[in-house]
Design a binder for this molecule. Structure first.
Ligand SMILES: [Zn+2]
Length: 299
């Protein structure tokens, strides 16, 4: 089964809703980063949040979420685009906290801190940057606070990750609902009541509900129009080409130094843990290419 994101809007009211099932992509993140359950839940919620915010973007726009806290997890970084691709990592993947009333406490793992949202939008020269103090540390409420306070859009966000006893991800997903200008108080109240009565997202997904079913539950009592359903996945932007470009930027001195000391260059991508090796022969060829380049004139 493929992870999907679904977008919908009220047919006659200005309320939009998106829901995503992210079980497979969060499991992939767990495997790549070898996260322990507390870190898996934290990263999974952040990845899902990234996918949902990415769903509000267009074209080549990107969104970057950064959570920095004083807790043992330290930080979570997530990067998503409008095409349903997301990548991310936690600073300390082996973070594991004791259960609180049988539940994983992401709040304790993150601690007091901030949530920063960076949006790279095509029609803006500078990226949009919003930073808010963490209000709960459980991520969904923090994203809600960001959307309400920084973007000034009345919103509700729910995120959930359910972990099996063997630490695999059994269910993950979430939804976002937003009241756009013109939405009536009566309809907002209906949605608020629906959300209050909902079981946790992870439970709905564990019971087999898909994004459309979740949207139907959130928007119950309101006629909705489904706009789009798309496949979503964990996908990184790294490549060997990028590693080579970084090597070139280091300059010939540094490359010669690596060649003498290490014989080859190794790099690991922070976002996806992919390892890259630039062999000695490739480094030598790179040096030849750099030396063959015409020297830039003195400024
Ligand atoms: Zn990568």
């Amino acid at each position: 089964m493929q992870d999907t994101l679904v977008r919908a809007i009220g047919a006659y009211v200005n309320i939009r809703c998106m829901a995503a099932v992210t079980t497979h992509l969060v499991e992939e993140a767990r495997r790549r980063h070898d996260t322990y359950p507390t870190a898996t839940v934290a990263l999974g919620r952040a990845l899902t949040g990234g996918i949902l915010l990415g769903g509000l973007l267009m074209g080549d726009e990107r969104v970057n979420l950064q959570i920095n806290g004083r807790g043992p997890l330290r930080s979570i970084v997530v990067d998503a685009d409008a095409y349903g691709h997301v990548r991310g990592f936690v600073r300390h993947p082996h973070t594991q906290m004791p259960l609180r009333e049988g539940k994983i406490s992401v709040k304790e793992a993150i601690g007091a801190g901030t949530l920063q949202v960076l949006k790279i939008q095509t029609n803006q020269k500078e990226p949009y940057r919003g930073i808010v103090p963490l209000v709960s540390g459980e991520i969904a409420k923090d994203l809600t606070a960001y959307l309400v306070n920084s973007e000034q859009v009345p919103s509700a966000v729910a995120l959930g990750v359910y972990i099996e006893k063997d630490t695999r991800v059994a269910a993950s997903g979430g939804f976002i609902v937003q009241a756009l200008p013109g939405a009536q108080d009566r309809e907002i109240a209906i949605v608020e009541e629906n959300i209050a009565a909902l079981p946790p997202c992870s439970e709905m997904i564990l019971n087999g509900l898909g994004p459309r079913d979740i949207i139907a539950r959130v928007m119950e009592g309101i006629t909705i129009k489904f706009l789009e359903e798309k496949e979503i996945s964990f996908q990184c932007r790294c490549s060997k080409d990028r590693v080579i470009r970084i090597m070139i930027a280091l300059g010939p001195e540094e490359i010669r130094d690596i060649l003498v000391k290490e014989g080859e260059a190794k790099a690991s991508c922070e976002f996806c843990k992919q390892n890259y090796v630039v062999t000695g022969d490739e480094l030598k060829q790179l040096l030849e290419e750099i030396e063959a380049m015409p020297e830039s004139p003195e400024p």
